[in-house]
Write a protein that binds this ligand. Structure first.
Ligand SMILES: *Cc1c(COP(=O)(O)O)cnc(C)c1O
Length: 462
């Protein structure tokens, strides 16, 4: 299996190249040259999440690693989960299930993708005898999951830029209390966009790297993160009805990574009725699916901060694969003047949307209501991101009579203030979160200056 870019220039890239490179040189996103086909009968015999992953992951890695190497990586990939099977499924009623993806060490679903990424980064670096710097900007859960996934590997040093702004205290402390010589949390006196600009310049200049050192991105476009997420869709469909009937999946989304993993599972053969694209007030995706308007707006702060985005970076993959039938020229043209110009597809192409997708936008008031409603009805506490997906299922009538699965992307204890404001209470605090409150924070403060930050990295890159 080789990979190519959605914009046509980069071709025949191996898994390892795609892993270490992240974004394609032409600005596009990497895609597998074809969709591997899953044998559902074989998957039916896999009992655990890990067994499912051991079947799915090697479908994408053969251009770089032997299956033996991959199985060995997978044995040591997902760690510090508080649930023995990593993901859990909670049945709310006959037709409604929750796929709990928050049992990892940072209590958000990003542990699935980022622990897999870190394990493969380390495998590749060890094989090549090289080291790497991970540099990222984060406004939420990506940074903590990346830090946690990378901190146990001596081959990787992580520098994470934290903007001022809408991050819960727990989210911040997960990044500032790590106490590892490989991890540096840098609080930048600036916005998320300021931080992202610095990261972008870092990738252009690379001046602070040692020779033989990689600079790795941990943003949500890395294909390996999608692979990690594909696994839990197959796992859920198998556990719920052994692939007998197509399910609906309601996915609370920002950058479209998690939705794209669901779409990928469908392309690989998972029975699927509808994907519900559930967003907060940052609703560029809803505007696309409801009115063919993919246009950038200013980001609004919401109580589901990990979905506060202005554009959905992984969405380009869907445009390319689903709407444009993998025509890279068309895709490059559509993105040539985006985001200054919106993307509107030809109506005849856009109309395909309804065959597979439904979308819904949920404001903060309705998110609070959904949390309260779910608690009252099912005695089950959900976090504000999960609430967005849950509300979408309740509001949409067009789900046929298929069973629906709500993706629960974070543990409610990550957002204690929002839980309190909903007059609800956190009952079972995961120990990974409760311990954080007693730990000393270590954070380095900087103005939004790339020179000062690059100097800091050089000093700590010995
Ligand atoms: C990152 C995140 C999301 C959004 O995921 P995407 O893949 O960007 O759509 C949703 N919920 C939580 C809790 C997250 O951390």
């Amino acid at each position: 299996m080789f990979f190519h870019s959605t914009r046509g220039k980069d071709k025949s890239k191996s898994f390892e190249e795609v892993l270490m490179q992240g974004l394609a040189d032409d600005g596009g996103l990497f895609m597998p040259d074809s969709w591997p086909e899953v044998d559902l009968n074989e998957l039916k015999g896999k009992n655990t999440f890990l067994d499912v992953a051991k079947y799915i992951v090697p479908m994408f890695t053969k251009s770089s690693f032997t299956d033996e190497e991959v199985l060995e990586v997978l044995e040591n990939t997902w760690h510090d989960f508080s649930h023995s099977d990593l993901a859990a499924i909670k049945e709310l009623d006959d037709n409604k299930f929750v796929l709990e993806l928050f049992h990892g060490p940072t209590a958000a679903f990003k542990d699935f993708g980022l622990q897999l990424a870190a394990a493969f980064f380390n495998k590749s670096l060890t094989k090549q005898g090289k080291t790497a710097i991970v540099l990222g900007a984060t406004s939420g859960d990506t940074g903590s999951a990346a830090i946690d996934a990378c901190k146990r590997f001596d081959s990787i040093k992580s520098f994470i830029l934290l903007p001022d702004g809408n991050m819960s205290e727990v989210q911040r402390k997960q990044m500032t209390t790590v106490n590892s010589k490989n991890v540096f949390a840098i609080r930048v006196n600036g916005s998320f966009d300021d931080c992202q600009d610095i990261v972008k310049q870092a990738f252009q200049e690379r001046s602070f790297l040692k020779s033989d050192q990689y600079l790795l991105a941990v943003n949500s476009i890395n294909w390996v993160r999608i692979i990690g997420q594909i696994c839990y869709y197959f796992y859920a469909a198998k556990q719920i009805n052994n692939f007998k009937e197509p399910l609906n999946f309601s996915v609370p989304t920002g950058n479209f990574g998690n939705v794209f993993a669901c779409y990928s599972a469908y392309k690989m053969g998972m029975p699927l009725n509808k994907i519900v694209v559930a967003v907060n007030s940052n609703n560029i995706l809803h505007r696309f699916f409801s009115s063919n308007d993919y246009s950038k707006n200013v980001v609004q702060e919401t109580i589901s901060p990990s979905m506060d985005i202005s554009i959905a970076s992984n969405f380009e993959r869907l445009i390319y694969d689903y709407y444009m039938d993998r025509d890279a020229d068309l895709c490059r043209k559509a993105y040539a003047s985006f985001p200054s110009q919106p993307i509107h597809l030809d109506k005849s192409i856009w109309e395909k949307s309804k065959n597979l997708f439904l979308s819904y936008t949920v404001n903060d008031g309705d998110t609070f209501n959904a949390m309260q409603k779910t608690y009252k009805k099912y005695n089950y506490l959900i976090d504000p991101h999960t609430a967005v997906a849950s509300e979408a299922i309740d509001a949409l009538s067009d789900l046929n009579d298929n069973k629906s699965v709500i993706l629960s992307t974070a543990h409610p204890a990550k957002f204690p203030n929002t839980i309190k404001e909903s007059n609800l209470e956190i009952e079972n605090m995961p120990t990974s979160l409760s311990e954080i409150y007693n730990l000393e924070e270590e954070v380095f403060h900087f103005p939004a200056s790339k020179e000062l930050i690059f100097d800091f990295i050089i000093k700590h890159n010995q």
